[in-house]
Design a protein around this ligand. Structure first.
Ligand code: ZN
Length: 179
C-alpha cells in the first residue's frame, strides 16, 4: 500500500500539531505560541540537517503531541502511519517517572534511540538551548539555565555520529551557555 508522504502529508502533520497545541505557549518570557517550537525543530532538520525523509519531518512537527497534549499513539498511527508514531513515541518522556528520573533516563536512553529518533532529539535540543539562551522562563535562575545546558549536552553526547551538521549547530548553541 502506498502512502502519501509529499507536501500534503507534512502540512497535514503541521495542522494536526497546531490544533493539538493551540492553547499552549512556550515557557519562555516571550510566551511564543507552542507550535513555533515543533516548526523550528522540523525546519532545522530539513534546512541544516539535510533531512529529506517526510516521516522524520512529520515526526519532528508532532514530537511533543503525546508528551504535552492528549494525543495518543493510536491517533498518530491512524493519521500518519506506524513509522511516524514510532519516532514520536521514542522521543516521548514517560511522565509517570519523577522529573529527575526522566532527565537521567534521557541521558541513558539516547544512545539506544533509532537514527530517526536521534535526529528529532538533536533538533529538539538545539531549539531548546536557543530558547533557554534567548527567551528563558522568567523564574529560571542562572544556575538552572546552566544546568539545562549541561544536561542537554550529556543527552547529545549519546547521539553523536548521527548528523555532523546538526551536531555542529548544537555545539554552537551550547557555546552560548548563559554566564
Ligand atoms: Zn520539543
Amino acid at each position: 500500500m502506498s502512502r502519501d508522504t509529499g507536501p500534503g502529508f507534512l502540512l497535514r502533520s503541521l495542522l494536526f500539531a497546531a490544533e493539538k497545541h493551540r492553547d499552549q505557549r512556550r515557557k519562555g518570557v516571550d510566551a511564543s505560541p507552542y507550535i513555533n517550537h515543533p516548526i523550528a525543530v522540523a525546519e532545522i532538520l530539513a534546512n541544516t540537517g539535510g533531512v529529506k525523509d517526510s516521516c522524520v519531518l512529520a515526526a519532528a512537527l508532532l514530537h511533543d503531541t503525546i508528551e504535552d497534549t492528549q494525543t495518543t499513539r493510536e491517533e498518530l498511527e491512524s493519521n500518519f502511519g506506524p513509522e511516524v508514531a514510532a519516532i514520536v513515541l521514542e522521543v516521548t518522556d514517560d511522565k509517570s517517572l519523577p522529573k529527575s528520573r526522566r532527565k537521567q533516563h534521557q541521558i541513558e536512553h539516547a544512545p539506544h534511540l533509532s537514527v530517526n529518533a536521534k535526529l528529532v532529539k538533536l533538533g529538539d535540543k538545539i531549539c531548546n538551548l536557543r530558547d533557554v539562551a534567548n527567551s528563558p522562563p522568567v523564574d529560571w535562575s542562572l544556575e538552572r539555565r546552566r544546568d539545562y545546558f549541561e544536561w542537554a549536552r550529556q543527552v547529545v553526547e549519546g547521539i553523536r555520529g548521527t548528523n555532523g551538521a546538526l551536531e555542529k549547530v548544537f555545539d554552537d548553541a551550547y557555546a552560548k551557555m548563559p554566564r
